[in-house]
Structure formats: structure tokens, C-alpha cells
Design a protein around this ligand. Structure first.
Ligand code: T4K
Length: 426
């Protein structure tokens, strides 16, 4: 894969790009946006319509639409094969898959999770009556193993690490903690299908890992998820639980729910799997383009991937430092006004969202790195729906806004003040 090739990064050439070169041209100050067709962070990959429609048509012809049909089984085989795990149990989404995995693992009481994640990680537990205990992150933006042990209590039954943006957790250190304290280790690998650590693919870590195939993910089935594991008993229990606990016709042997993926979702996944190398290559090229474009922008740091590892490069994330001269939130609003729908994934952190904010007031004091990341990160558009020119334009805008940050901020404040004054005068 070219992703590991050595690349010389040179400063971006921005000649001939549709850039903004004065404050009056900015959307937040009333000018037209750079992009009339919006740029999204999570634009779904949709390859080869014809092949997909043919497969969908075959499914309709077969009149087998769900309940562990042949397409779902094929999808499971292909995913298990891709990650090198013994079992893949496809589900309707990753949130349900997390809940099923937590139940099968017998988690109860308290489970340690990062707060710097999509709220589904915490919700999946809270929904089951399990208390998510929020732990800080380290400089990889994933759970900090050095802060986990101090949160373990007699009620702790497990740890769920999150491979944030495809950066794989310190699985070895978390594994050692779990062995020492007899805890179950699961991973929320929603972002990390196709990623590796020390050459081992995500899907092989902990007792089980949960993948997401939501529309915004590198591989999508529109909605979808899966539990992947090498543990046959675990996989069997997940299969039973996703199908109401059925163990035979008219025979229910355990509590279950409807967590099934359907056949149409599976063929979407299968079609995209045929193109996964191209999608990764596209993401990799976008990542390199951003690397070039962001180079030397003062106060802006691209969060780099470990290029020795396999990665899907689905998230382009920058940190906006204090020296950038413009706040992350003003940048967010300014980009939106230009039709570039950047996101603050995953700000403000689960601990500042309900019900956790009310349930666990004051948690922010033990999460300094989380708080810092939440204030600084910004996800930029990538994926197959965006090309080189657009990325270069986004980078040129970023450079312009940062270089003129103080002036933009001052004018923005004046604008807000005059809007407030004209409002109160009415
Ligand atoms: N764990 C983690 C760490 C996760 O990140 C997630 C989900 C989960 C667990 C749970 O997985 P699932 O149960 O969903 O399988 C989106 C997704 O809805 C969510 O799945 C994902 N993480 C999260 C990171 O992103 P929102 O609320 O930000 O989505 P939304 O509607 O604002 O869309 C994001 C961007 O994508 C927008 O710019 C619009 C664009 N978009 C979206 C969809 C759905 C499109 O262009 N087309 C589309 O079809 O959560």
C-alpha cells in the first residue's frame, strides 16, 4: 500500500485557487460562501451504483430480506477475514452492538470509558444501567492507561477503550490492567475498521471489539455495526441475543433484542468492501494533501497517523492552538459560513452532556487532557466526495483566517455587539 511510502512534504502552492483575500469577502461578514455545494465531514462513500443496484435487485428477487440471510453471512465472513478474527456478528448499528457485547460480557456496576468519544459509547452502558466512569485521554487522544487504575473500585467490571479516529488504543497496557484486576476489556472500534497496531488488525483486541458501518464511516452499510471476536462462545451468545434469544423454532433460551442487520444493508457493505482499497487510497491522498496544505500554518497542527500501521484515514483532525490567533469556535462558524461543515468531534465530551453532566458534576476536574482536546479540535472534510482542489481551497482559507485571526476576531466581536445593540433598541 502506498500509504507507507516516504513523501516529501512541500509547502502548498495556492496559485489559481478560489481563495478569499480580504475580510469583506468572508461569509461571516455577509459575503457569498466559497462552496455553494456544502462540504461535509461525513459524506458517505457510495461506489459503483450499478453493482449495488444489481445486488439489491437480487436480494428483492430472492425474497429473503433479513434474519441472518445469505448476504449478511457473506458480509460477516468478509469482515472476519479482513480483520483476521474468528467471528463477526453483524448488527443493526454499533450502539446496539456495544450493548449486546456489554451484556454478553456480563458487565455491570461501573465500566471505565473515555469521555472524549461519541456519546454512544457512554449511552450504550447507561442504557443498560451500567455506570460509565469517565477517564482522561493521553497524547494519542485515547484512554490513558496511567489514569485508569485510580478509577477502579469494587464495582468496576470492565474497560471499554475507544480507537478514536482510527488511532488504536494502548491495547497492551489496558490488557495488563484488566488481567491484574480481573476485568473484561472491550473496544469501541467504531472508527477503526481497517486499522492496525503493531501490525495486528483491529478486531483481534480485548474480548471483543465493536465496529460501526454507519453512513459516515469508511465502510458503510448506511446503518450497521458488528461484534468481532475470537471467542466462539461470545460470538454465539451475541448471535442469539441479536435475534431475541431464539435458539430454535419457537424456542427462546435467553433474553434478546432485535439487533439484526438486513440483507440490503449487507449488500451495500459487500459492494463497498470490493472498493475498500480504493477508498483508503483516496483517504490517504486527501490526508497527504492536508499535510502539505496545513504545513507551517501557525498554531494549526494536523493530528498525524502512525504511517507504519494500516489505517483507513477517515478522519482529518486539526488542533487549533492558542497561538493560532483565532478561536476554534470562531473558525468553526467561519468555515460553516463558507459552506465547509467542519465538526468538533468529540466536543464537549460526554461528561458535559446529559445525563452525565447532572449525574456526575465536577468530572471535568479529573479530565484536563479531555477538556483541552475538546476546546481545540476540528475535523475537516475528507472522503471520496471531496477532491484535491477542494482540500487546497480549505487549507488556503485556514491559512488566511489564521494569518488574519486578530482582525477577524475583532470585527466579529463588533458585529455581534452591533447586532445585540440593534436587538435591544427594538
Ligand atoms: N462509538 C463511536 C466512537 C462513534 O463515533 C459512533 C458513531 C458510535 C459508537 C455509534 O455508532 P452507530 O450506532 O452510529 O453505528 C455521526 C454518526 O451518526 C455516528 O454514527 C458517528 N459515530 C458520529 C461520529 O457521527 P452526527 O450526529 O455527527 O451525524 P450527522 O447527522 O451530523 O452527520 C455528520 C455529517 O455527515 C454531516 O455533515 C452530514 C453528513 N452526512 C451524514 C449522513 C448520515 C451525509 O452527508 N450523508 C449522510 O447520509 O453523528
Amino acid at each position: 500500500m502506498e500509504q507507507s511510502a516516504q513523501v516529501n512534504i512541500h509547502k502548498a502552492d495556492t496559485d489559481n485557487l478560489p481563495v478569499k483575500s480580504s475580510l469583506d469577502e468572508l461569509g461571516i461578514f455577509g459575503a457569498l460562501p466559497l462552496f455553494r455545494e456544502l462540504l461535509h465531514v461525513g459524506r458517505p462513500n457510495v461506489c459503483d451504483h450499478e453493482k449495488l443496484l444489481k445486488r439489491m435487485s437480487d436480494v428483492l428477487e430472492s425474497r429473503w430480506l433479513t434474519n441472518n440471510g445469505p448476504q449478511v453471512q457473506e458480509f460477516e465472513r468478509r469482515i472476519a477475514n479482513a480483520v483476521g478474527a474468528q467471528h463477526c456478528v453483524a448488527m443493526c448499528n454499533a450502539t446496539t452492538a456495544l450493548q449486546i457485547a456489554a451484556r454478553v460480557a456480563n458487565l455491570s456496576g461501573e465500566v471505565i470509558v473515555p469521555s472524549f468519544t461519541f456519546v454512544a459509547t457512554a449511552h450504550a452502558l447507561q442504557w443498560l444501567g451500567i455506570t460509565p466512569v469517565f477517564c482522561d485521554i493521553d497524547n494519542t487522544y485515547c484512554l490513558d492507561p496511567n489514569r485508569v487504575e485510580e478509577l477502579i473500585t469494587p464495582r468496576t467490571t470492565g474497560i471499554i477503550g475507544v480507537h478514536l479516529w482510527g488511532h488504536v488504543c494502548n491495547v497492551e497496557a489496558l490488557g495488563a490492567i484488566c488481567r491484574r484486576h480481573n476485568l473484561t476489556l472491550l473496544f469501541d472500534a467504531a472508527h477503526a475498521f481497517g486499522c492496525s497496531r503493531n501490525g495486528v488488525m483491529v478486531g483481534r483486541f480485548g474480548r471483543a471489539e465493536v465496529l460501526s458501518f454507519h453512513a459516515t464511516k469508511f465502510l458503510n452499510t448506511s446503518e450497521g455495526g458488528a461484534v468481532v471476536t475470537d471467542d466462539s462462545e461470545f460470538a454465539d451468545s451475541c448471535r442469539a441475543m441479536r435475534n431475541f434469544g431464539f435458539s430454535g423454532e419457537d424456542k427462546v433460551s435467553s433474553l434478546g433484542i432485535n439487533g439484526k442487520m438486513n440483507e440490503l444493508e449487507a449488500v451495500m457493505g459487500l459492494t463497498l468492501l470490493d472498493h475498500s482499497k480504493e477508498i483508503i487510497a483516496n483517504n490517504w491522498n486527501n490526508y497527504l494533501e492536508y499535510k502539505i496544505g496545513i504545513l507551517d500554518i501557525p498554531g494549526v497542527t494536523l493530528i498525524e497517523y502512525d504511517e507504519k500501521e494500516q489505517c483507513n484515514f477517515q478522519y482529518i483532525v486539526v488542533e487549533i492552538g492558542e497561538d493560532a490567533g483565532i478561536s476554534r469556535d470562531l473558525l468553526h462558524d467561519l468555515f460553516h459560513a463558507e459552506g465547509i461543515l467542519v465538526r468538533r468531534y468529540f466536543s464537549p465530551g460526554c461528561h458535559r452532556m446529559e445525563p452525565y453532566l447532572s449525574l456526575f458534576p465536577g468530572t471535568e476536574h479529573r479530565l484536563p487532557r479531555t477538556e483541552n482536546a475538546c476546546a481545540r479540535i476540528l475535523c475537516l472534510p475528507t472522503g471520496t466526495a471531496i477532491g484535491r482542489e477542494q482540500i487546497r481551497t480549505v487549507c488556503a482559507l485556514l491559512r488566511f483566517t489564521v494569518e488574519n485571526g486578530a482582525e477577524i476576531q475583532a470585527r466579529w466581536k463588533r458585529q455581534l455587539r452591533s447586532v445585540a445593540e440593534s436587538g435591544s433598541a427594538k
